[in-house]
Ligand binder design. Structure first.
Ligand code: PEP
Length: 257
């Protein structure tokens, strides 16, 4: 089963609309016609319009960093699936560890979002991953299993093909510490086994599992060479066109092997 690599940039709370247009132009100039792998940028809500305009005519997809599960109504400060789709979003990042930590998002709430995103035709990028304390306590697989099963509760085998899982060990996010390719592969294989137990082997083989956590040009080739690593969710290195495009090029090389 050959899964298409996906390199997705998570910009977090960085870049104004004007800055987003510049960054997207830099990415599109160098990688806008890349067709061997999938590429996506996920800017903050306020930069979606500018990013969407700058992406026009390119093959680079747009994603949002979050959404609220309800369609509309009295949810001050929140953004619905239709609102992000209006800008052409194809992906939405859900359950990022920063949202789990700072905004106390639970697996049940993230699951509501995953189902709402799928119902609207968006592809959720569901983030899972353990903290350093959990890794040291030997509970990595339990944590990742609970988050994966919780996030995908009630999702059908047909729908799961649209889901992307991002394994992001919390201790590796923004710290410069990367999981070794072997460490990451071990967890990715376990995630695929969990998917297989829910959706069957066929379903599990169709789901892309990205690695996230200080992925950068220096370590990308080795990570992307692993059997169950189908791309990257990129934070810091997605904020500069050159480093992001270098990661896209690493995925193109990996796809050619
Ligand atoms: C992220 O937050 O999704 C991430 C992977 O960040 P970084 O690449 O900066 O570790």
């Amino acid at each position: 089963m050959s899964r298409r690599y996906l390199i997705a940039g998570n910009w977090k709370m960085n870049k104004t609309a004007a800055e987003a247009a510049v960054l997207v132009k830099g990415i599109v100039d160098q990688a806008g016609s890349e067709s061997a792998v999938d590429v996506a940028v996920c800017p903050p809500f306020t930069a979606l319009d500018a990013a969407s305009r700058a992406l026009k005519g390119s093959k680079v997809a747009l994603g949002a960093e979050n959404m609220y599960p309800k369609a509309s109504g009295a949810y001050t400060g929140e953004i619905s699936a239709d609102m992000i789709k209006e800008f052409g979003c194809e992906y939405v990042i859900l359950g990022h560890s920063e949202r789990r930590e700072y905004f106390k998002e639970s697996d049940a709430f993230i699951n509501e979002k995953v189902k709402a995103a799928l119902a609207s035709g968006l592809k959720p990028i569901l983030c899972v991953g353990e903290t350093l304390q959990q890794r040291e306590a030997g509970t990595t697989i339990d944590v990742v299993s609970t988050q994966t099963k919780g996030g995908l509760d009630g999702v059908s085998a047909a729908e799961v093909e649209k889901v992307v899982i991002a394994y992001e060990p919390v201790w590796a996010i923004g710290t410069g510490k990367t999981a070794t390719p072997e460490m990451a592969q071990e967890v990715h294989a376990q995630i695929r086994a969990i998917l297989s137990s829910i959706f069957g082997e066929d379903g599990a083989q169709k789901v892309r599992i990205l690695y996230g956590g200080s992925m950068k040009p220096e370590n990308a080739d080795a990570l992307l060479a692993e059997k169950d690593i189908d791309g990257g969710l990129i934070g810091g290195a997605a904020l500069k066109a050159d480093s992001f495009v270098s990661l896209v090029n690493s995925a193109v090389k990996a796809a050619a092997k």
